[in-house]
Structures are given as C-alpha cells and as structure tokens.
Write a protein that binds this ligand. Sequence first.
Ligand code: HDE
Length: 480
Amino acid sequence: MSKSSKKTMTTDAGVPVSDNQNSLTAGPRGPVLMADYHLMERMAHFNRERVPERIVHAKGAGAYGTFTVTGDISRYTRAKLFSKIGNSCEMFVRFSTVAGELGSADTVRDPRGFACKFYTEEGNWDLVGNNTPVFFIRDALKFQDFIHSQKRDPQTGLKDNTMQWDFWSLSPESLHQVTILFSDRGIPATYRNMNGYGSHTFSLWNDKGERYWVKWHLKTMQGIKCLTEEEAGRIAGQDPDFHRRDLFTAIKQGKNPKWGVQIQIMPEKDAETYSIHPFDLTKVWPHKDYPLIEVGVMELNRSPENYFAEVEQSAFEPSNLPPGFGASPDKMLQARLLSYADAHRYRIGINYAALPVNKPRCPVHTYNRDGHMRFDGNYGGTVNYQPNSFDGPMDDKQYKEPPLHISGDADRYDHREGNDDYKQAGDLYRLMSADQKAQLVGNIVRAMKTVPKDIQLRQIDHFHKADKDYGDRVASGLGL
Ligand code: HDE
C-alpha cells in the first residue's frame, strides 16, 4: 500500500496513536501507567463488543436484494408497492436457525427463520417468517415453555431430546410441524434451496375498505434441496458456518438466489364458515381451496459490508405493516406484533429503527425523541408535540384500516376443544414418497431412542392417530 494512502491509527476520539505495540511503563521493566489511555480505551471497548444475542434465531446470515412485482393484486390492497406490475423496492433478508446460539452449527435439524424487510415508499413491510407454513404451537402463552424445552437442560446445560419429546407428546397441536421438522425438509442443503412462508394468516385491505385474509409463500427458484442427517453431521463438524458461507459465496459469484412470491387469498367472509380454523397457525389452507396467486420475485444480490452492523443489528417486526397490509386474529401473530420491538429495544437500544439497516427508505416523521445513542440529529428544532400550531406532522385518516368485526365474550377459550390435531399431519405423511417416509421414520427413531418409554408411547399414540402406518413404523423402529 503506498505511503500516501496509509492511514494513521487513532483513538475513538481521532487522536493519532504513536505506538500500538508497547504499553506505557515506568522504565523498561516497570508497571504499566494509568496514563496509557490508548491501552485503557482498547480494553474497555473490547469488553463491550457483544450485544445480547437473539433469544431465538441467534445464528443467521443476511443479504440485501430487490423485490419486483410481477402479478396484479391491486384489487386486494391499496399498498402502493402493488399498484402496478413492474414496481420494485429494496429489501433485506435474514435467514437463521431457531434454537442454536450465535456460534452454533448451521446444518442442524431445526426450522429456519426467513425474515424479509421490504423498504417500501410507505414504510417498512416486515414479513418475518420461517421455512415452514405452520408452527409447533397455536397460542403464544406456550412459546416460552416450548423454547425452554428445545434449548438446554437447566441442570446440565446440555440439549436433551427427552425435554423436546416430553413437550411435544403433551402438546398434540405440535404434530404437524414435528412431522415437517423430522422430514427430509428438516435440514435444508442451503438457505437458497428452501421455501419461505409468512406462516400466519395476514390480511390485505383496499381503498374500498374490503379486507382479504392472506397466506404468503416464497418459493425458491433454486429448487428444494435437503441434507440427510449423516451429511449434515459431517458438514457441521467441518464447517459450522456452511449455510452462511454458501449465501455469501453465491452472491459474490453472481449466483443471486431468487424466490417467487405468491399468496393464497380468502375473502373476509369465508373465515366464518371455512371448515379449517383460518387463524390457527398449526393448520395450512389446502391449495385446492385457495390456489396460489403470483405476486412477484425477490432476488438477493448484495452482501452486507459489515456483519455486526447490518446482520446482527437488523431488526424485524411483524408489526411493520404499511397501509394495505394487515394482521389477523391469529393468537401467535397477535403476540408477535408486540414481542419483536420489545426484543429489539432490549437487545440493541431504543433507537434501533434508525440504524442504517433498519432505517426506512422513506421520510420518517415521528414525535419519538431522545433516548440512548440518538445519533440521527433527533429532528433538530422541529416541534416535538402534537397538537401544535407549528406545522408539525399530522395523522391522516386516509390510512385507516377497515374496522374488524369482533364477536364473543372475553375469556380464555380452550384451543383444543373441537380441534383436529391429526388430519393435516396424517395428510402430509400420506403425501410422502416411500423414501421420504423412510427418512421421516428413521430421523424420529434416532431422535427418540434415548427418550423414556412412557414418553415414547405417548408420542407414538399421536403418530398413530395421524396415520396407523406412521405410528406402527415408529413403534417398530423403537422396538415397542
Ligand atoms: Fe419469533 N421471535 N416469535 N417466530 N422469530 C424472534 O425477536 C416470538 C415465531 C422469527 O432474523 C425474537 O428479534 C414469539 C413464529 C424469526 O432477526 C422474539 C413467538 C415465527 C426471527 C420472537 C414467536 C417466528 C424471530 C427473538 C410466539 C415464524 C428472527 C429475537 C408467538 C412465523 C428474526 C428477535 C431475525 C425472532 C418472538 C414465534 C419467526 C423473541 C413471542 C411462529 C424469523 O421477539
């Protein structure tokens, strides 16, 4: 590097550093002097490099991309993004595993996070989904328990299959997702070779005040590819960051991964009579009832410059719903609408939304001020209260979402009453090829081998109720 371009090292305050090799001491062998501010600053900053990792989805990888509208859904939504075919916006996607810590291996059996931030001209739209259309539970009250059962034993600090199967065997609503998790799709070959789903039922609403229920699907255009447990175990030992490396390398080589974005649309009224509870996160809507409609294509085409600044500090929230996008009464989604911003405030500070990777690409006119690390000018001298007589930002009724009809008393309703936790899991099993069934049974038997017999029997009873053959094969695999 030529002398002229050589940069002089400085302290955080920009003060040039004379010597970054030797601490300041009293005499060549004497004690280090407190006056060595440069040494103090480096140690202090080093001790504070880590922010809390995500309590779930800690290990991940991210990339920027472009979303382009290719299908006309403007009759369902007033969102400007979908006003005409050809519209596009920048986006950021973060993929992740669920249960593993920051340093854990990528190629494990686990759902994958598929978090998308679309920087639209009417604010960020965050579709914070997974690579599976359903989930293990349908009420957020069980989320902390569920995750505790998937993480480490409180005594030994070790992962424990008994905890996992104990929870699942006592929560039959988990069967559909457990079947997906232990199928061949449970370990994606790369983040590029898996689908993404919004999973919940969301909504879209148009200028006429009509609401439609919607399921979002992100279909990989690289094809679905999975790893067997044997391949995944070998890779995890050789390269725990295999999926992160693959995404970075693919984009560096110009092999930009793409996904087709599609929706299933249900007219608002249908929800009252549809045979399947449309807001139950453990259920899918069969495509024969509500076929897939083309919406657009998302392509990832740029890797972050700095992992911590852009991936570790990225913050997604299902509550980021610009005009024309909406939630649904899905109990899990309702809780997520509040949980994510709370997690970000704790993990990366109250002004996280102003960080470059999270900053909307449209004007932000909020009355929220001050707070730690207010590095964005804090709106200068503009008025910071409303109502006001000084031309401050005003709310605007035109963006009002249509009212949502509510019925019934406030109560804690038993979510299991009249609920069928077996049909869709059984339908999935019966859809599988002979090879997929063999992989599914083999993966489950290996995972349940060390689990106490009473829990094995309780879980096999659920497999049986989904499909006799399913239960029989797991039972015989376990020698029961
Ligand atoms: Fe999450 N989830 N979640 N989750 N989730 C988080 O937010 C939560 C659920 C998902 O790459 C946390 O920033 C609750 C379903 C992804 O940064 C936290 C419930 C689905 C990511 C949180 C769920 C997801 C998270 C932890 C039960 C798929 C990573 C750190 C109601 C539809 C996003 C954070 C990223 C992260 C809460 C269940 C997807 C704790 C309360 C279902 C992809 O706020």
